[in-house]
Ligand binder design. Sequence first.
Ligand code: ZN
Length: 68
Amino acid sequence: MPIFDFACQDCGRKFDLMISNADKDKVTCPDCSSKNIKQLLSEFHTGKTRPSFGPSCSQGCSAAASGA
Ligand SMILES: [Zn+2]
C-alpha cells in the first residue's frame, strides 16, 4: 500500500499515511481533525526522468551527453 504525504490546510500539520487511493478523500488531520487536507506530491511520485546511458550505449550517447 502506498504512503501519501498530506498537509493540513488549517493548522499546517504535515503527516503521512499509508492508505489506499480510495481512502485519500477521507483523510482528516491528526491534530485538529480538519478535513481540509491537501495531498503533497512526494519526490518519489513526481516521475522525474533523465536519460541514462547504460553500458549498451553506442554512438550518439557521447554527443548527447556533451550536448546537455
Ligand atoms: Zn490540522
